[in-house]
Design a protein around this ligand. Structure first.
Ligand SMILES: Cc1cc2nc3c(=O)[nH]c(=O)nc-3n(C[C@H](O)[C@H](O)[C@H](O)COP(=O)(O)O)c2cc1C
Length: 158
């Protein structure tokens, strides 16, 4: 079986929990996309137009720095990419991640958690960044998704 990576960003722990369950149920390697500068509660205040997340998400060119990198991305053929939905799309640190590696020939499977909204534009944006990869339509999960539900969904690509 080819090696599988579950890469995720999580600002407040919800996506981290789902990503951990996913990696566990499909026996994949887990990697956290950790910001060089962690997000504080003030940074995450979407009601404040001047908060860090608002400023970053208003600028399509924003690319927040990531603290560590994946050890030998070449070994993975399938990469699940998890994130919270921010303003109906992926947080811009996910764009940093997608630009940091050559994903040609790999399959990218986005997944997300959110307050209720779906994947929005995120799948299309990820595909536009990872030109030569195959980005499949991702799925939004609730915070208490079961191992079985994640396994049933993920096995389509394994
Ligand atoms: C800046 C910001 C923007 C958000 N925008 C949305 C949104 O557009 N739609 C939605 O349903 N939830 C939105 N949320 C809620 C998060 O997607 C949700 O709480 C998510 O599960 C958090 O995941 P995490 O704990 O892994 O960071 C937003 C949260 C933040 C901090």
């Amino acid at each position: 079986m080819s090696k599988v990576l579950v890469a995720y960003f999580s600002a407040s722990g919800v996506t981290a929990k789902v990503a951990g369950k996913l990696a566990e149920t499909i026996d994949a390697k887990l990697y956290e996309i950790e910001p060089e500068q962690p997000y504080t509660n003030d940074d995450l205040n979407w009601q404040n137009k001047m908060s860090r997340s608002s400023v970053e998400m208003n600028d399509k060119n924003s690319r927040p720095a990531i603290k560590t990198s994946v050890d030998d991305m070449d070994q993975y053929e399938t990469v699940f990419v998890g994130f919270p939905i921010w303003w109906y799309r992926e947080p811009s640190i996910i764009d940093t991640f997608m630009e940091s590696y050559d994903f040609s020939g790999k399959t990218i499977i986005p997944f997300a958690t959110s307050g209720g909204s779906g994947m929005g534009e995120s799948t299309n944006i990820l595909q536009s960044i990872a030109g030569d990869a195959k980005v499949v339509q991702g799925k939004r999960f609730s915070s208490n998704v079961s191992l079985d539900e994640l396994n049933n969904w993920a096995k389509e690509w394994l």
